[in-house]
Design a protein around this ligand. Structure first.
Ligand SMILES: [Zn+2]
Length: 284
């Protein structure tokens, strides 16, 4: 069983990468699947027109996963194979045996329904990645998505008003991923490069995964069916335009930028070292 695990931080381009990967015929994204329990425990919405929040929707537009043909097919497949449905899975179980059984069962059911070579898990969490990497029957390809900490801080600031907290988070997450991935083959994808040269970057990534690049990944990704759980608004985009947001240059003052650079420096250094260590692996 092969999965691609997208890690990094939110507001860093992880959803964009997830969607470009998902547009490949041999890949099936499930989004932030560690949140499945919550999605599986909402009741089917009797009146889909009344949905005003996107809290429990599937990326395909279904009001809940129980209204989505893909997830209901996964549930049926899972129930047939294991006698347990999506509601019974504990993907975040603290005991190893349950964690390993339930995640493998889910990924196998997703693979059976989609026919894809890889399932993409975009949960991002480091602990989940560590546990999956130890799974004897799952082969995990980690992809660490990075964004300029000033660009990310500016994006978080627009939503939450915070600037330095996301930067501390950046350095801390970088340290944890350094500890976990320094000695493991993995890919580092920089959001700025992905947004500026999506085709070249997707060719490199698909080469690493051993699959052919498909032009629809960059030109027509909005039209591919996606059933991701959670993630940001990119997943509901109706046009396949990819834009690089560089507005942080105007939005952040010089003192704020200098502060972010200082706080982010350790994380940045670790990321460079890690990326350098695996640069040849990433050439495919
Ligand atoms: Zn769906």
């Amino acid at each position: 069983m092969k999965i691609v695990y997208v890690t990094g931080l939110g507001r860093s381009g992880t959803t964009l990468l997830d969607i470009l990967l998902n547009a490949h015929s041999q890949m099936q994204g499930v989004g932030e699947v560690h949140k499945l329990y919550g999605f599986a425990h909402v009741l089917r919405n009797p009146n889909p027109q009344s949905v005003d929040s996107i809290g429990n929707t599937c990326a395909c537009g279904a009001a809940t996963i129980w209204d989505c043909p893909f997830w209901t097919a996964v549930d049926a497949e899972l129930t047939e194979r294991t006698g347990r449905g999506l509601k019974d899975l504990r993907l975040e179980a603290r005991d190893r045996a349950t964690f390993e059984r339930d995640n493998l069962d889910l990924f196998r059911a997703v693979q059976a329904v989609s026919g894809a070579a890889y399932v993409i898990d975009s949960s991002k969490r480091v602990t989940r990645l560590r546990w999956l990497l130890k799974h004897p029957e799952i082969e995990v390809v980690p992809i660490h998505v990075l964004r300029n900490p000033k660009g990310r801080a500016s994006s978080v600031k627009r939503r939450k008003g915070q600037v330095f907290r996301p930067t501390v988070q950046y350095s801390y997450r970088s340290l944890r991923l350094f500890a976990l991935l320094f000695n493991r083959p993995h890919l580092v994808v920089r959001y700025e490069r992905l947004a500026a040269e999506p085709e070249a970057e997707m060719r490199r990534i698909m080469g690493y995964l051993g699959l052919d690049y498909e032009p629809a990944q960059v030109n027509d990704w909005a039209n591919s069916a996606h059933h991701n759980l959670a993630g940001n608004a990119v997943r509901r985009a109706t046009s396949s335009e990819i834009g690089l947001r560089e507005s942080w240059r105007e939005e952040l003052g010089w003192a704020t930028r200098a502060g972010i650079d200082l706080i982010a420096a350790p994380g940045r250094a670790l990321n460079w070292v890690k990326e350098w260590r695996w640069r040849d692996a990433a050439k495919g």
